[in-house]
Ligand binder design. Sequence first.
Ligand code: S3P
Length: 171
Amino acid sequence: MKIVLVGYMGSGKTTVGKLLAKKMNLKFLDLDDYIEVSEEKSISKIFVENGEIYFRKKEFQYLEEVLSNNDNVVLSTGGGTPCYGENMNTILAATKNVFYIKVSIAELVERLSLEKEHRPLIKDINDKEMAEFIGKHMFERSYFYTKAHHTVTVNKNSVEEVVKNISEVLV
Ligand code: S3P
């Protein structure tokens, strides 16, 4: 079984994915980690040294690699992964278990203001501008996220609850 989690930065894809994999006895992979190990560089360093276009090319390459080399896996993608090129179609062709982890903009602003340092797209955005940036970005990206087979809305739910909601609808 392949399960893919998509959603905005800070939505908790990695935390949810790890627990889900444990519960389902599947391997867990985080695409950002996979890219960092394969490229031997942090995501931040790739953005600075090679630029975003290079990162997006590599992101697609490793996405395809991970999806074709792993049959029993929970894959957490990066926030931008489904939003470029053929990525979302590639994901949807690989499995019927694609989940959009949806978190409100207000909650994302709160979470991301506290953990933006290692995220190149938002690290220079100040707290005042964060809500507007995320709101606009989500507006563009929702189109891709909502192509997922399921949307799991996360407000104040615990990670356990989110995992339970996902495991109930797996096919
Ligand atoms: C990005 C999200 C990041 C990482 C990169 C770009 C994005 O992943 O892939 O910084 O475009 O939203 P997380 O969603 O794990 O922060």
